[in-house]
Design a protein. Sequence first.
Length: 222
Amino acid sequence: MKTDINISEFLSSRTEFKNKFNLREMYRATVYMPRAIIKMIENSKSQFIDIDFAKRLQLAVTEVNGCAVCSYGHAKLALRQGMSGKEISSFLSGKDHFIKPVEAKAIMFAQHYADSRGYPKKFTYDAIVSEYGKKQALIILSIIQIMTIGNMFGIPFSAFQSRLKGKPYKDSSLVAELGLLIAGICLIPIAIIHGVLRGLIGLPNVKFDKSLAKEQDGFQES
């Protein structure tokens, strides 16, 4: 398929981590996975958030985290779904040329969620609820959470894949890459059980930073 960008070439230049996560962060993120998946399944039927909107949220998250393998996979899928190469390139470069006004707050929240390493300010989510309603906000959050989990596992895999091609990431090692992947995969069943139990006792599927910040007014007004 011909496009106006070469996605593989666009992404293969990465030789260092843009963002790194530890095992504790991977576990905490995976705890949210069961209920997030349920919300995404519900959305596939209700279409509260359409496919293109969801794809832009995913690209926004993976741009912040810098996961090469996730960026490549989701860019290819977005192309198949009709998104232009220029639009994909814009999102993967962190630019706002193609952000639709109606989606702007959700995109900002996706970027903030990734930048906060899955521990967003509560006022940012409150702004999403106010803008889109509780049902849509939960779906937006779930899409972002699933993408974040994918990034957390995809980042060390990207580094390992790059190593196999003779281009090891700076400040990385084979032991660190494989160790994080293997340990993270082994903890998935425990994290899923943990997540299900949290749901059964009524705990929210996200943990917020409830402190205020200087950017609060700017986020709410945008």
